[in-house]
Design a binder for this molecule. Structure first.
Ligand code: NAP
Ligand code: ZN
Length: 346
């Protein structure tokens, strides 16, 4: 199947129009016409090789929403015309403990990334969602609730699930104090979910001008990290803090805000290592943890939750030729709160 998209050709180079082929439909595959694709900071990290060596040409994009245009002979999960979503991975081994438990994101043999990777044959490159169409095994796509505004749905496929999963895993809910560091694409979804789950929410942001937006999205408290005094003023009473920052920050400052048994979850991945003083953890039996997207069953659960609570991402819809500027603005924390590419412009 012929596909038109945008690709990065060298690390840190501009993305430019790119034509390529996608595989013919296998028995359990569906083809979709993409309507929108979100720009995740992970796309930028990879296109710039901030996480190590990448595969070029790279068509990024792992926040995909679109309409099914054809189905393979064995597909009964979807029909032509269905609105579906594709996220950060398109396959996994299907045999390991994690895959069998629906945690394909933690596949023991490695999930197959939507782009910047290879199919399970190890040789066919995967191309992502900055393009007009897609082919995926039906088991790795999910159904989008019809009542949601499509423009704000694509980011749920990565930013949404990546924050929903740890909030559920660490039991965010009534009576729990949850902090979100960074009000970007991931952070604003975390805030909306934490609020909808009934937790008391605090946003830590280095952009004081985002306060009004944060409060409109459900923040009970907003802390400008430009004022370093706040670390001393806030009590150690957080149950859970989610770090969504794409750059390095001082983790000790946040670990100290956790109560006994509180957890700081690493979600942002700057690619640089951290040094932590063990004493900060030991003194209050605190945990430092990590979390990566979510499995297929939880992805569907998250979308259904969004349908019930009318939750979508706040987006700026752009055309394909704006992608490079959108990258610059995302790195400068200047996006409200996710760029989404209109796929009809590829
Ligand atoms: P984003 O939209 O760029 O948001 C990151 C936010 O971090 C910014 O809006 C900003 O919030 C804050 N920030 C940025 N630079 C900062 C700095 N120098 N100091 C302090 N705060 C800063 O990025 P995103 O798409 O949400 O992704 C965030 C990170 O999560 C990336 O590293 C991405 O690769 C990673 N990620 C991880 C997973 C996973 O499964 N764990 C999945 C997807 C993405 P304020 O302006 O409010 O301070
Ligand atoms: Zn992502």
């Amino acid at each position: 199947m012929k596909s038109k998209g945008y690709a990065a050709h060298v690390a840190k180079g501009a993305l430019t129009p790119f034509e390529f082929e996608r595989r013919d439909l296998r028995a359990n595959d569906v083809a979709l016409d993409i309507s929108y694709a979100g720009i995740c900071h992970s796309d930028i990290h990879q296109a710039r090789e901030e996480w190590g060596r990448a595969n070029f040409p790279m068509v990024p994009g792992h926040e995909i929403v679109g309409t099914v245009t054809s189905i393979g002979s064995a597909v009964n999960k979807f029909s032509v015309g269905d609105l579906i979503g594709v996220g950060v991975f398109i396959d996994s081994c299907r045999e390991c403990e994690q895959c069998l438990a629906g945690l394909q994101n933690y596949c023991a043999n490695g999930m197959t990334g939507t782009y910047n990777g290879f199919e399970r044959d190890g040789v066919s490159p995967t191309y992502g969602g900055y393009s007009n169409n897609f082919v995926i095994d039906a088991d790795y796509a999910v159904k989008v609730p019809a009542n949601l505004d499509q423009t704000g749905v694509a980011p749920l496929m990565c930013a949404g699930i990546t924050l929903y999963s740890p909030l559920k895993h660490w039991n965010a809910g009534p009576g729990k104090k949850v902090g979100i560091i960074g009000l970007g694409g991931l952070g604003h979804m975390g805030l909306k979910f934490a609020h909808a789950l009934g937790a008391t929410t605090t946003v830590f942001s280095h952009s004081p001008e985002k306060e009004a937006d944060a409060r409109a999205m459900g923040a009970d408290h907003f802390v400008s990290t430009k004022n370093p005094e706040f670390y001393n003023e806030l009590a150690s009473d957080f149950d859970l803090i989610l770090n969504t920052v794409s750059a390095e920050i001082n983790l000790e400052d946040y670990l100290r805000l956790l109560k006994v048994d509180g957890t700081l979850v690493m979600i942002g991945l700057s690619g640089k290592p951290y040094a932590i003083g063990a004493g900060t953890l030991i003194g209050k039996r605190r945990s430092l943890a990590g979390s990566m997207i979510g499995g297929i069953p939880e992805l569907q659960e998250m979308l259904d939750f969004c349908g019930q609570h009318q939750i979508t991402s706040d987006v700026e819809v752009i055309s394909a030729e704006y992608i490079n500027q959108a990258y610059e603005r995302t790195v400068a924390s200047d996006v409200k709160y996710r760029f989404v590419i209109d796929a009809s412009t590829f």
